[in-house]
Design a protein. Structure first.
Length: 449
């Protein structure tokens, strides 16, 4: 019996081998398109924003053979034209080509331009509104999945005194959101759905794969730079390019020369900008390393698991309270949700204001009690400054928030270069109900609010 059983088993094995020999192998599984894999993905607002970090990128491309791509949130359809009458869509066509030629000078050939309109303001919420926040995020997540970056570099998602374009901030917001979402297959699942037949037309499913970037860094154009110290790596622009035999600062100047429609700098100003070191602010890392360490410290080839950010959490606050609203209020919640709360410690809430200018300051009055409350809001501003509407009593319904628009007027005699503190205090039932503060730098070098 044992001999028969062994013979049966042998026959079955021989039959299985014969069948397997006749079964053709399946085609090899296709990998993600290697032509678009990058080490660094730069996500910015406008053509020319990349020049903020050109000297760093040029050295990484040339000496460390890093692959770099750039995503622009707009095509630069707004602003002045220093060389011709072209405006609007025609200006956008020119600026896209300026950007492509500029990038090519230091080895970057892949760039994508989203469809957001250039929105000249300092309010990130305004830019996100005009760009179409959801549609823009979908595009950025798609490009993160396509390029599979190890590192994302982008503008600082915070309100600061400087050019501080709302589009810069919007790019930083979208880049941070994409960092946290591109690895989640439930986010824009149509992007990671496998196509039925990738050789055919009229398909569905984009055939991408989820991708989790490893590190996130920010840069800023704030007029004050003291907050960079210890919060991220710094790279000099004085190193010499082995192939060009000039400094990377000069490489940056050459790259900038293609942005002829911009005309922002005098030769001396451009020299000073490009010779300054490139400073980054550490955002987050999934592979360890110190905030001030090299950007590629801890990075190894290959994918890392999806990491879920904390997400929105209801704020903990007193029963009655006030706080700055608008972009300042948004950022407080945004940083917590994306595990980048360290940004809150870089500097206090701030803005810029010119002498004689009106400044909009949104205040949120919260009543988290079970009954309506009357809350008195009183401004406190420097001598010679004024506030409209001034002290008022607001009736706030139970578990409701009353949004208040305060307008601060700086005197025409306000001294440029000074930081001024603007404050608001609240009282309810004769007791202190909290305060809100905003520091304003008296200057003319900022976008319209």
């Amino acid at each position: 019996m044992k001999i028969r059983a062994s013979a049966c088993i042998l026959a079955i094995l021989l039959l299985a081998i014969a069948v397997a020999a006749q079964t053709p192998p399946a085609p090899a599984n296709l990998a993600s398109d290697p032509r678009y894999k990058v080490d660094i993905l730069v996500i910015v607002g406008h053509p020319d924003d990349d020049t903020e970090v050109t000297s760093y990128l040029a050295k990484e491309v040339e000496q460390n053979h890093k692959r770099v791509a750039v995503v622009y949130g707009t095509r630069g359809n707004s602003g002045g034209n220093a060389v011709g009458y072209e405006q609007s869509k025609a200006l956008a066509d020119e600026r896209e080509m300026e950007a492509r030629h500029s990038l090519a000078t230091y080895g970057i050939t892949n760039a994508w331009f989203l469809h957001g309109p250039d929105t000249p303001s300092e309010d990130v919420l305004h830019s996100l509104e005009t760009w179409g926040h959801g549609a823009s995020l979908e595009e950025v997540v798609r490009l993160v999945r396509l390029t599979r970056p190890e590192v994302i570099l982008t503008w600082l998602p915070n309100y600061d005194d400087g050019e501080d374009h709302g589009d810069h901030q919007a790019a930083g917001v979208l880049a941070t959101e994409a960092f946290d979402l591109a690895g989640n297959p439930l986010i824009f699942p149509e992007q990671v759905a496998a196509p039925r037949d990738h050789f055919n037309i009229s398909n569905y499913g984009e055939g991408l794969r989820p991708w989790q970037p490893k590190k996130l860094y920010y840069f800023s154009d704030a007029i004050h730079t003291e907050f960079y110290k210890g919060n991220g790596p710094e790279y000099p622009s004085s190193g010499i390019s082995p192939s060009r035999h000039i400094s990377y600062a000069r490489v940056g100047e050459h790259a900038w020369s293609f942005y002829q429609t911009q005309g922002d700098y005098t030769p001396q100003e451009l020299k000073e900008v490009m010779e300054a070191p490139v400073r980054f602010i550490f955002g987050k890392s999934l592979v360890g390393g110190s905030p001030s360490g090299d950007i590629f410290d801890g990075i190894k080839s290959g994918a890392v698991p999806y990491h879920r950010a904390s997400g929105y959490q209801p704020p903990s606050r007193p029963p009655v309270s006030i706080e700055l609203g608008g972009p300042w209020g948004f950022y407080r919640q945004f940083w917590q949700a994306h595990d980048i709360e360290r940004i809150a410690n870089l500097y206090a809430p701030e803005t810029g204001i010119a002498p004689g200018e009106r400044l909009w300051v949104p205040i949120l009055i919260h009543n988290d009690t079970d009954s309506p409350r009357q809350i008195t809001l009183e401004p406190a501003v420097p001598a010679g400054w004024s506030v409209e509407p001034g002290p008022q009593v607001y009736t706030v319904a139970s578990h409701d928030t009353y949004p208040v628009s305060e307008w601060v007027l700086a005197p025409a005699s306000a001294e440029k270069g000074k930081w001024m503190e603007l404050g608001w205090k609240a009282r309810s039932h004769g007791a202190d109900a909290g305060s809100a503060k905003l520091r304003a730098h008296v200057d003319t070098q900022h976008m319209p609010q």
